[in-house]
Design a protein around this ligand. Structure first.
Ligand SMILES: [Zn+2]
Length: 297
């Protein structure tokens, strides 16, 4: 099985055996805005993985390929509907790859596949009701309910563009005060520098630990905004574990503790855990491998 995660800056790929054990993995950089050439990119990545495998004496035949991409994805049709950064629209990715690779192909969404990996291999093992929220350049989400990753329409999980501060900072989507314009790692770094300070969200998180009042105000504003969007989702879905991922999760307890405190307060019960996702930036590629396994089942 090959699992490939085509991200905005890197293509991560893994080759696994039919039980899902990783045989080898590789990371390469993503060409700028590949657009429909993502098909060639995936085909070349698969060939490269197989070449590396044979060089290392790994035997076997490729059973299936799973590919995950960011943006809007329709898993039912295997269509990569839209990605601003990677430059495609309504690309029938699964069909194009099937034509080229001659094995079953699954196409998924990077964050939903990441949650699938966390459920089977990571921080949500054995927990059928979980919400995964990566906080990085942007903010997305994936919901596991009753042991299934929810994929309604291509817009599923797009919590980053829920408006939390109508007069807030402008977002990449052109509107003001979207959650990701207030609480993503990138926007927190911008807000920090906007106060004349140096550094990024990581610098900011250290200033929070040191009790810097400007830092504390920014940080708690972001936590409150996150909870305003996340709490109703957890309430509706009966979420037991909130998995926080992305660059901001690396700040650890300085983020997770106030997040849990505000979330418990908002939900009115304490049967929710807030924890860091376990698989880091490998989650997408591992999830892609799981999708490939499902494609052959
Ligand atoms: Zn937005």
């Amino acid at each position: 099985m090959a699992g490939i995660d085509v991200g905005g800056t890197r293509v991560k790929s893994v080759l696994a055996d039919s039980q899902g054990s990783v045989l080898l993995s590789h990371t390469a950089s993503t060409p700028e805005r590949p657009g429909e050439a993502v098909v060639d990119l995936v085909v070349a990545t698969v060939a490269d993985l197989l070449e590396r495998a044979s060089a290392e004496g790994v035997e076997g035949r490729l059973g299936a390929v799973g590919v995950v991409v960011p943006g809007l994805v329709d898993e039912s049709t295997g269509s990569a509907a839209w990605s601003a950064n990677l430059g495609w629209r309504d690309l029938p990715l699964r069909q194009r790859l099937r034509d080229r690779l001659d094995v079953p192909v699954a196409v998924g969404h990077d964050v939903r596949a990441g949650l699938l990996a966390e459920f089977h291999l990571g921080a949500a093992q054995g927990v059928p009701d979980a919400l995964f929220v990566p906080l990085g350049t942007g903010i997305a989400s994936a919901l596991l309910a009753g042991g299934r990753v929810v994929a309604g329409s291509e817009w599923t999980g797009e919590i980053g563009h829920v408006v939390v501060e109508p007069d807030g900072p402008v977002c990449g989507c052109g509107r003001h005060g979207c959650l990701e314009a207030v609480a993503s790692a990138a926007s927190l770094g911008r807000a920090w520098r906007g106060l004349g300070r140096d550094g990024d969200a990581e610098t900011l998180s250290r200033a929070v630990v040191d009790g810097d009042p400007d830092a504390v105000r920014l940080w708690h504003g972001a936590v409150d905004a996150l909870v305003r969007v996340i709490a109703p989702v957890c309430a509706a879905a009966g979420t037991r574990v909130l998995l926080v991922g992305g660059g901001l999760a690396e700040s650890g307890a300085v983020l997770l503790d106030p997040l849990r405190e505000r979330l418990v307060h908002s939900l009115g019960h304490d049967r929710v855990t807030v924890t860091r996702a376990a698989l880091g930036d490998r989650a997408g590629a591992l999830g892609a491998t799981l999708l490939a396994m499902e494609a052959t089942a």
